[in-house]
Design a protein around this ligand. Structure first.
Ligand code: 13P
Length: 252
């Protein structure tokens, strides 16, 4: 089953709209439609600018979060119709920083993921274990709980629309990258979990690795059989570094 490589830039809480413009000035001209799928995930206030400038280019745009109701008394939240209205294509859901600092729960993700799909947004669901969970051999239990709970309400027919990012928490922003063996083992485990939902569609799901991906380690990670791309944090802030990661993924 061939899956198109997928590389996403999670800018987290970095870049004003004008800084995003500077990135795009340098990055967009280098992108072509025959490479990997490339997705930029800017912070809220740069989202409309980036979505506007990427319209008509091969580069797609995702938010870093989304709420599961369309509208109402939910102060501080942003809904799927609001994102669609400004030309956003997807949403990162369940990033470990949202889980760790903002109380994101698997119960709320079980509502957000099917909501995104129903609205026509591509969910990029993040899962991954902490260092303590890995050291106590709980990685598989954590991944099972996150994947099976967060996707519980997704219809099997829609499973292929989900992108999953495996991001071990201990590798995020630390410079500690998972070994190829650790990354492949976890991503294969995730794909086998998806097979318990739908064996055919499990083969269509793009599974990304995230955690200290850099230009010099991207190619090796992306060449692994169950890794179809990367969700990149720090190295995605620089257009040349992110461009090099995109280039390494096409080769992988
Ligand atoms: P770093 O690439 O900075 O480790 O961040 C990874 C990440 O959290 C992407 O979502």
């Amino acid at each position: 089953m061939s899956r198109r490589p997928y590389v996403a830039a999670n800018w987290k809480m970095n870049k004003t709209a004008s800084e995003a413009d500077e990135f795009l000035d340098s990055f967009l001209p280098s992108q072509s439609a025959d490479g990997p799928e490339v997705v930029l995930c800017p912070p809220w206030l740069a989202l409309e600018r980036v979505a506007g400038r990427c319209a008509g280019t091969p580069v797609r745009v995702a938010a870093q979060n989304m709420f599961y109701e369309d509208s109402g008394a939910f102060t501080g939240e942003v809904s799927a119709p609001m994102l669609l209205d400004i030309g956003v294509d997807g949403a990162v859901l369940g990033h470990s920083e949202r889980r760790q600092f903002f109380g994101e729960s698997d119960e709320s993700l079980a509502l957000k993921v099917p909501k995104a799909i129903e609205a026509g947004l591509e969910p990029i669901l993040c899962v991954g274990e902490s260092r303590a969970e890995r050291e106590s051999n709980d990685t598989e239990a954590v991944l099972s709980h996150q994947v099976l709970t967060d996707l519980a309400e997704v219809h099997s027919d829609d499973l292929g629309k989900v992108v999953i990012a495996y991001e071990p928490v201990w590798a995020i922003g630390t410079g500690l990258v998972a070994t190829p063996e650790q990354a492949q083992e976890a991503c294969e485990f995730i794909r086998n979990l998806l097979r318990t939902r739908d064996s055919e569609r499990a083969g269509q799901v793009r599974i990304l690795y995230g955690g200290s991906v850099k230009p010099d380690n991207a190619g090796e990670l992306m060449a692994l059989p169950d890794i179809d791309g990367a969700l990149v944090g720090g190295a995605a802030l620089d257009p040349a570094d992110f461009g090099a990661i995109v280039a390494a993924s096409s080769a992988g």
